[in-house]
Design a binder for this molecule. Sequence first.
Ligand code: PLP
Length: 343
Amino acid sequence: MEKKNLDWSNLTFGYMPTDYRYVSYYKDGKWDEGALITDPNITLNECAGVFQYAQTVFEGLKAYTTEDGHIVCFRPDLNAARLKDSAERLEIPVFPEDRFVKAVEEVVKANAAWVPPYGSGATLYIRPYIMGTNPVIGVKPAEEYQFRILCTPVGPYFKGGAKPITIRVSDYDRAAPHGTGHIKAGLNYAMSLQPIVEAHQQGYDENLYLDPATRTKVEETGGANFMFITKDGKFVTPKSNSILPSITRRSLMVVAEKYLGLTVEHREVKFEELKDFAECGLCGTAAVISPVGKIVNPNDGTEICFPSGMEEMGPITKKLYETLTGIQMGHIEGPEGWVKVIE
Ligand SMILES: *Cc1c(COP(=O)(O)O)cnc(C)c1O
């Protein structure tokens, strides 16, 4: 397979169109057989459900080249299951989970020339999504949909190593009382844009959202779950039904327990407790783990600095990161079914 002539080691986390995308149309109550197409643009009616009532959900996963030259992706069955949950919540017809996995394989194979080579630090980011396409003006679900997958090569999330970030406690309730935080949908991200811009203006990298009912418990950031390491080496991660169930976080829970022998606690985490933790990280597909150096509550001036420091990942966070990326890149044998070989 002749690779595209890109400067693989200098890619950013941005979009560039590749040769193929996948599309399946839903009409008269069923999904058609689906196909690979070449046109990156979509033409829709001005009144399409996606434009008027934001009826759209998405997923995100990556394809990697392993050391021995295979193209693989990581636990795509979990993305299929989560897209199903998101779709149900927005009254979008479910795209069958087995077909989702096959479509990912098909579109990655067709774009094999765009999968960054091993060692470049880059990966092929895969973005499946579904949207309501027919005109709707009364508030109701659309009757026609498109399931699509686009792919784009992306650079490593951290250039020159993972430097810990600073987070502020947000006044905004991201996980609204009507409970949409646990689905992966554009509407959650649209609601997070103002807090993100504000945080950046104030010199912070991200927002920590508290539970909206009591504002005492840690939920997540705009696009990543939290993980903490206690001073006695336990792995702690918040439990809440308004947190998006991160596949990276769920995988790290297994890595922590089964590979590193840590005790894992998946439970409510009070903001009060943060000062007692030794390490803090954010987990998600894009960065795997971003270390957090400091959390600030601008309202009362609270500042929590994690002892692992502002310079690098804490030692246990680093072991978790290396083990999980080792499994993804094929140096370490993963649990059954985690790594799906595409080619
Ligand atoms: C995608 C996402 C995450 C991370 O999930 P992964 O499956 O690990 O990529 C966390 N929080 C939110 C809100 C997300 O949308």
